[in-house]
Design a protein around this ligand. Sequence first.
Ligand code: 2AM
Length: 217
Amino acid sequence: LQLEEVKIPLFYGWFLMSPANEKVKCSAIDFVKTLDTLEAFKKHSADFTGKAEKEVDLEQHFKAKASLHCTTKFSNYGKAEGAKEYAQNLVVKDHFGSVSELSLIAFFVTPRTVGARVSLTKEQLQLWPVDAESSVPGATGLPHGSRAHVTLACAAGVEAVQTGLDLLDILALQKDGQQGELVEMELGSLSYYGEGRWMLALREPICASACFSSSYK
Ligand code: 2AM
């Protein structure tokens, strides 16, 4: 048997540890269930169903993710741009296997995805690729780290990569000064940005322990 060259993973990220993983999943389910009962949401259910008056069962609409993480670099086994440089970055090597706290500051829902926005610390930002935002049209000018998120669920046929794009889309609307309808909830204030886009800014951020590591599948 010959030793092969070390392969670059599919992606790097912070993987939520137990019990944080379960805590975040439960909070997300609670939020989605509550959202579904709100009059403000029902008024716009056509964004999800395509038909006026037809209600949407959000729990049916989405398929929840089992193990949660916040992707830093999607390397695609070395095929993605900058994958090799990221793997060789000393900060990445030094932090590999380290545990830190992720701060979840908002939940968001679109007809495609459910996610949690992550606010990265200065140290965590060192692991954030320089082009994570600038590589997305429409997201130029958003601060480094804006795209950081945890994918909680996707609608049928939707790939997880969509969650970060949905987040950037909402942040670009916020930056343009669009302040949608506001609904005060126990967890924080909920805003509607049109086309089925909702964001709940959490009154109290959710803290989740996570391990910086990589995944091969
Ligand atoms: P996510 O970070 O929004 O969850 C494996 O596919 C992981 O890498 C998923 O968690 C996924 O999305 C993320 N991912 C897939 N393709 C990506 C891409 N092109 N850019 C950034 N992240 C990607």
